[in-house]
Design a protein around this ligand. Structure first.
Ligand SMILES: [Zn+2]
Length: 338
């Protein structure tokens, strides 16, 4: 499907379009594309050097032997057509913003204030700025409370995230970070917390402090009890802890989930089963679309196609996941979002 979209993107002109209309390329024309909100984008301005191409939704994770030199990623290496490619040097931000315009995407972009500003400069109102209390990449280093307050009260930041405590082996209810969540509640700023996915299948190799158990959605309960007005975006939908995720969604209606990362990085059948279960358990209005965009410009189109092609979702449910739920969570003004 990504190939179809890429092909469609290359076709322009009414005559050519008329010839192709039986293949329903209308989604890719710039004027009639319904709006999408991607609630989970990272403010990189380059593809990672040496990141390479990627086949999404690979079918398995492989075992490795600690006696050997283990690769940082555990995904099986599979072939696919087309692959997702990183941008050329210096082109990433321009390429992603081009995709955002083509696909009519508004995105919550997370990062340090300087990096997010670059995205603002490049994409204007298509960027909803997000920042968190991590100071750089050093685990445990925090932005001061005063500085964080300024980001949200005078610098225009709208979401607190990505909060990656799981990578530090910490629970979101850990008392050491409570003051940041208290600030979010006081300022009525939604928080976006990484819960669940270990990503590469080699968390033990790449992130020694990461704990799968700290992604348990029920660890949010104490935090939510302390801050009853806090609005929480559970990033990666607590994958794969479905039963606990549903338990939390049942108990607390201020909790939403995003399907970022998991939507393209786990086996496709499993991804669809997870999203279907969330919806069929009654939480259609709490599932938000996201990518975890950080490397391959075409990832957005690919990830949108997974929702668009989900035969278990009605057209209304697809629009809710791709736009309406996030607009409600973020309290955006209503656009026409059919
Ligand atoms: Zn994450």
């Amino acid at each position: 499907m990504a190939g179809l979209r890429r092909l469609a993107a290359g076709i322009s002109g009414a005559g050519v379009f008329a010839l192709c209309c039986t293949f329903c390329f209308g989604q890719n024309t710039s004027n009639d594309v319904p709006p999408v909100i991607d609630v989970h984008v990272h403010a990189m301005d380059e593809s990672f050097p040496g990141g390479g191409s990627m086949c999404p939704n690979e079918a398995k994770f492989l075992a490795s032997d600690p006696k050997t030199k283990e690769a940082p990623f555990g995904w099986d290496v599979e072939e696919c057509t087309p692959k997702l490619y990183p941008a050329e040097k210096g082109e990433y931000l321009k390429d992603v913003v081009g995709e955002m315009k083509r696909l009519n995407v508004t995105a919550v972009v997370f990062g340090d204030p300087k990096s997010v500003q670059k995205w603002k400069d490049a994409a204007g109102d298509r960027v909803i700025p997000g920042t968190s209390f991590n100071e750089g990449m050093q685990p445990g280093a925090r932005v001061s409370l005063e500085e964080l307050r300024k980001h949200f009260t005078t610098d225009g930041f709208k979401v607190m995230g990505e909060i990656g405590l799981q990578y530090e082996g910490l629970s979101p209810s850990d008392p050491s970070v409570d003051k940041f969540f208290a600030l979010a509640e006081e300022l009525d700023i939604p928080v976006a917390i990484h819960m669940g996915t270990g990503g590469s299948g080699r968390a033990n190799v790449t992130s020694p402090k990461f704990r799968g158990s700290m992604g348990n959605p029920l660890l949010l309960e104490d935090l939510l009890a302390r801050h009853p007005k806090l609005r929480v975006q559970v990033m990666h939908a607590g994958y794969p802890m479905m039963d606990n995720m549903l338990t939390l969604l049942q108990a607390n209606s201020h909790v939403y989930v995003d399907v970022a990362g998991l939507i393209w990085s786990y086996p496709l059948k499993e991804v669809n089963r997870y999203i279907q279960r969330l919806v069929e358990a009654g939480f259609e209005d709490r599932v938000m679309f996201g990518t975890d965009q950080m490397e391959w410009p075409k990832l957005m189109a690919y990830s949108i196609s997974i929702i668009q092609n989900a035969d278990y979702l009605t057209p209304e449910e697809k629009r809710d996941i791709l736009y309406n739920n996030a607009a409600r969570f973020l309290r955006l003004e209503k656009k026409t979002a059919k």
